[in-house]
Every structure is written in structure tokens, then in C-alpha cells.
Design a protein around this ligand. Structure first.
Ligand SMILES: *Cc1c(COP(=O)(O)O)cnc(C)c1O
Length: 423
């Protein structure tokens, strides 16, 4: 059979007809890879041509239980046959059950549901402003955030983020947000001495994800906690990427020994079904009075049925223990590979969120390494121009991590060959 579409895409994945359609019908804010995945199972994805990829990207640290997990498919399809949506004019059983489980598993006493990380952070920041307004009046509205932080893409959250390039060029932006260097406790303490009275909240990722996979030091978050206590400001942990088992604990705050006032969680919460949550205590939650905030879809039965099952599976000793073991295996493997190739200056991260910083002679080339990985059948992420980021499923097997390391080894060889050619 000459020229069947399958043969065509097999010979040249770049000729994907679906990928061409993207450029015709989608706004140009994304530049997706040439391959178009059509099916996933466990730690694997298949593209249109039938090529198989080991997925260490997980849709940006979302697919924490891999693809098409049978228990999640069951939870979703069972709920789909019962009830999809009622809005917040009514409550629903899956949302109440998920909220109950989140409160039981964390410091939280109250939960607000939304649909994305940005929406959860938007709600958290609004809540912090409202609490300070009620308690101290309108002058206490300043928000402290950090350089290189990422908190989402709404106008408020993108300004809380510490990458000015993302918020520039959209006209007037919300005011009252300041940025300091990350992991600099002295700078934070000094800033509070001057501005503490006016400060309503600190928002921080306990490990910066997009900004380079940089874990916070204990000293840093302990200092933020102490400053917030002293000046009655609220400490917001953005655990959108670090939460739901990624660190080997359900939430990273448990490991740091610092309890936030507000915590946001999204990404892996629905393992690919859009859902997010804001967690907090009773006294803080009390300020979000009837009518003060809301969402049409937030807490919808479908999302909450899936997330309830995700939480049940992830918050178990077996799953969290696997994160520890596979993390050690993966780090040891990358270090061995690096001893051979001398490509990375640092390998860092938490649990199964790892960042491999490229040596200075390969500065800015993380995307090239990612492309080499894709060619070798390994999907990865970057975190800025100089860091390769890995976020495999939390239930990945020992054999799959070995396979991933073998593919990474081939990718590094491929990358070094082309880097040497262009040098
Ligand atoms: C991904 C991410 C967000 C934004 O989440 P969206 O669902 O894309 O809105 C916010 N904060 C952190 C730390 C993230 O990693």
C-alpha cells in the first residue's frame, strides 16, 4: 500500500498532520514538540506513528500515577455515569469526601476547591489580603514573593511570580508585591524589619520547580515562618508542583518542619483531571465569608471523585516508600552517568522531582538535551535554560527507572556529539 498515512508519519515524525493542524488553528503561545501522543499506559506514551516513549515529564509533574491508571479510570467512569456538575449552589458528596480526606492528611481544617494551580494561588492571595484587611485595615496589603518563583499565569499570580518576562507587556499590573532572592534568610529578615507592619503574606515554593528545581533550605523557611508570626502575616506554601507525594511525603512542608498558614495544591492532585485546592485553618478560612470568592467548576464531582482516589493511592506507605527508593536509584544512576560524561555540575531536587544543572560549557543548552532525550524515546522537562528536569510517575518500577537511565545515557551521547559538532 503506497503512501498510507501511517507509513508517512513513521518515516518522518515531523510530518505529523496533527502537529501541522496545531499551527493553523491554535493561538501561537505554545510551541509543542513535533510528536503527538495518542495513547498512554502506566509510565509509557505512544505517538501517532506507534513509537513508544518512557514518560519522565508526566505532563509537567502531573501524571503522578502514570497514564490510564485502572483505579482512576474506574473512579472517573463510575462518577461520569452518576453526576457531572451541579455548581456551588449545591454541594456534592465527592467534594465533601475529598475535603475530609485532605483535612485528615494535613494541617488543614478547611478547603476551597478550584481548577488549576494559578486559580488556587489567586484564591490564596486574595484570602491573605482579606484576612489582613479585616484584622488590620487596608494598609496591610504587601505581599512578599521571590525571584524565579512560578505561581501561575493569571495577572495577579504571574506578578507574584519572579520572572518579569512573563508579566511584562500586559498593561497595568496589580501592585503591592515585592521580590527578594530565594534562600536568603537574612534578606527576608531585614525586609520584614522595614516592611513587616504593611505585609499581609509571604508566598513561596518549598522547592522552586519551574525556576530550576531548587529546594528551600530549612533555615530559609524557618525564618519566613518566624517573620510571619512576628508581624501577623500569613505564610503561603505553593505546593502545586511539590505536593501529592512528589517529595516522598504527601506534602513537602512535613519534611521541612514548618507548617504554613495556607497551602495550595494542584498538578498531581487530579493526576491529569483538572482540580486544585487551597488548604488552611479555621480562623483564616472564616474570613472568606459567603459571596467573597467562588468558582463555577471548582469542586465539581468528576474532578473530586478522581482526586479522592488519587489521594487514597498516593498517601500510602507503599507509594511514598517507592518515591524514596526510586529517587535514590535515579540519583545514583545519573551520578554514575555523569562520572562518565561530565555533563552536569549539580544534581538536586526532592524525591522524584530532580534537576540536573548543565556544566557552564553547555550553558543554555537544556532544550537541546531534552530534544536528544525525545529522539531516544525519553520524555523530559527543562527548568530554565540550563537545567534538565525529571518528574517520573511516583509508582514507576525499578526496571523502568533502569530503562530510563539507559535512554538518558544514549541521549547524553547524542547531545554531546551534536554539541561537539557545533562547538
Ligand atoms: C504549575 C505551577 C503553577 C500553575 O499551575 P496551573 O495549573 O498551570 O495554573 C503554580 N505554581 C507552581 C509551583 C507550579 O509548578
Amino acid at each position: 500500500m503506497p503512501d498510507s498515512p501511517t507509513a508517512e508519519t513513521r518515516s518522518d515524525p515531523a510530518a505529523s498532520r496533527l502537529r501541522d493542524l496545531h499551527d493553523r488553528v491554535m493561538m501561537p503561545n505554545y510551541a509543542p514538540m513535533d510528536i503527538v501522543p495518542v495513547r498512554g499506559r502506566g509510565s509509557w506514551l505512544w505517538d501517532e506513528s506507534g513509537k513508544r516513549y518512557l514518560d519522565f515529564a508526566g505532563g509537567i509533574a502531573v501524571s503522578a500515577l502514570g497514564h490510564a491508571h485502572p483505579e482512576l479510570v474506574k473512579a472517573l467512569t463510575e462518577q461520569a455515569g452518576k453526576l457531572w456538575h451541579v455548581s456551588n449552589l449545591l454541594t456534592n458528596a465527592p467534594a465533601l469526601e475529598l475535603a475530609r480526606k485532605l483535612c485528615a492528611a494535613t494541617f488543614a481544617e478547611k478547603v476551597f476547591f478550584a481548577n488549576s494551580g494559578a486559580e488556587a494561588n489567586e484564591a490564596a492571595l486574595k484570602l491573605a489580603r482579606r484576612v489582613a484587611h479585616d484584622r488590620h485595615g487596608e494598609d496591610k496589603h504587601e505581599i512578599l514573593a521571590f525571584d524565579n518563583a512560578f505561581h501561575g499565569r493569571t495577572l495577579f499570580t504571574v506578578c507574584a511570580g519572579g520572572q518579569p518576562a512573563y508579566s511584562r507587556g500586559f498593561g497595568p499590573v496589580p501592585s503591592g508585591i515585592s521580590h527578594l532572592p530565594y534562600n536568603d534568610p537574612a534578606a527576608a529578615a531585614k525586609w520584614f524589619e522595614k516592611n513587616g507592619e504593611r505585609t499581609c503574606a509571604v508566598i513561596v515554593e518549598p522547592c522552586q520547580g519551574e525556576g530550576g528545581v531548587t529546594p528551600a533550605t530549612r533555615k530559609f523557611v524557618q525564618t519566613l515562618r518566624a517573620c510571619c508570626d512576628r508581624y501577623d502575616a500569613l505564610l503561603i506554601f505553593d505546593e502545586v508542583q511539590t505536593g501529592m507525594g512528589r517529595s516522598g511525603s504527601l506534602y513537602l512542608y512535613e519534611r521541612l518542619g514548618v507548617v504554613p498558614d495556607i497551602l495550595t495544591t494542584a498538578k498531581a492532585l487530579g493526576c491529569g483531571f483538572p482540580v486544585s485546592a487551597v488548604l488552611t485553618t479555621d480562623p483564616i478560612a472564616g474570613h472568606l465569608v459567603v459571596g467573597s470568592h467562588g468558582s463555577t467548576f471548582g469542586g465539581n464531582p468528576m474532578a473530586c471523585a478522581v482526586a479522592g482516589k488519587v489521594l487514597e493511592i498516593i498517601n500510602s506507605p507503599e507509594l511514598l516508600g517507592n518515591v524514596e527508593q526510586r529517587s535514590q536509584q535515579l540519583i545514583a544512576g545519573i551520578e554514575a552517568l555523569n562520572a562518565k560524561h561530565g555533563l552536569f555540575s549539580e544534581i538536586r531536587g526532592i524525591g522524584l522531582l530532580l534537576g540536573c544543572e548543565l556544566e557552564s560549557r553547555y550553558a543554555g543548552k537544556a532544550r537541546n538535551l531534552l530534544s536528544a532525550c525525545t529522539e531516544s524515546g525519553l520524555l523530559t522537562l527543562v527548568a530554565g535554560p540550563g537545567v534538565l528536569r525529571l518528574a517520573p510517575p511516583l509508582n514507576i518500577s525499578e526496571a523502568e527507572v533502569e530503562e530510563g537511565l539507559a535512554r538518558l545515557d544514549r541521549s547524553v551521547e547524542r547531545f554531546l556529539k551534536s554539541a561537539d559538532r557545533s562547538a
